[in-house]
Design a protein around this ligand. Sequence first.
Ligand SMILES: NC(=O)c1ccc[n+]([C@@H]2O[C@H](COP(=O)([O-])OP(=O)(O)OC[C@H]3O[C@@H](n4cnc5c(N)ncnc54)[C@H](OP(=O)(O)O)[C@@H]3O)[C@@H](O)[C@H]2O)c1
Length: 178
Amino acid sequence: MITGHVFIATSLDGFIARSDGDIAWLLERDNPDEDHGYEVFISDIDIILMGRGTFEKMRDVRPWPYSRPVVVLSSTLMQSDVPGDLVKKVRLANKAPEEAMRMLESEGHRKVYVDGGLLIQSFLRAGLIADMVITNVPVLLGEGRRLFGKVDADISLCHEETKSFPSGLVQSRYRVEA
Ligand SMILES: NC(=O)c1ccc[n+]([C@@H]2O[C@H](COP(=O)([O-])OP(=O)(O)OC[C@H]3O[C@@H](n4cnc5c(N)ncnc54)[C@H](OP(=O)(O)O)[C@@H]3O)[C@@H](O)[C@H]2O)c1
């Protein structure tokens, strides 16, 4: 069975980016001497599903930081929006969450990294996220793009682990209860 997995950082007040998409506040607090577990997380992932907002922020980053194939969900992007050097690494799909997961499952994928705030919200509402690793960064932004949003009904989470790091990051892992 295919499952969705989240690994994301938020400000303590729950924002993943400023309103204009800026994440400098996050990058400047990343301590490269600390292992926050990304490599272990990604080693267990087959493919990355990314929202258009996240792709637009990452599109020009080189070296390309993703070691897994990326599918960008968008109803507005066109193939010409994918830089030439990423054509073999990134493809676009205009699909609802269930449809996107069915497509990936039919291709043989099993573990999907779901990235982007709005995308994660829609996958949570669709019951397609199995677990989430959320790293809280000790800063209050006051406003910005939220990690979580409206839900149709409560979504119960089972807390599995919390770690804190000398830099002040606090990372928790939750399993989403069915
Ligand atoms: N703090 C972190 O760890 C972290 C991680 C990831 C991203 N970010 C930041 O977060 C920002 C992007 O997040 P975001 O929440 O604004 O956008 P997002 O979730 O990355 O992208 C949302 C867009 O994806 C498309 N989409 C397609 N299917 C969708 C679906 N089922 N549900 C929702 N969207 C769907 C829509 O674009 P169309 O209009 O084209 O259909 C929608 O506007 C960027 O600034 C990025 O740098 C931060």
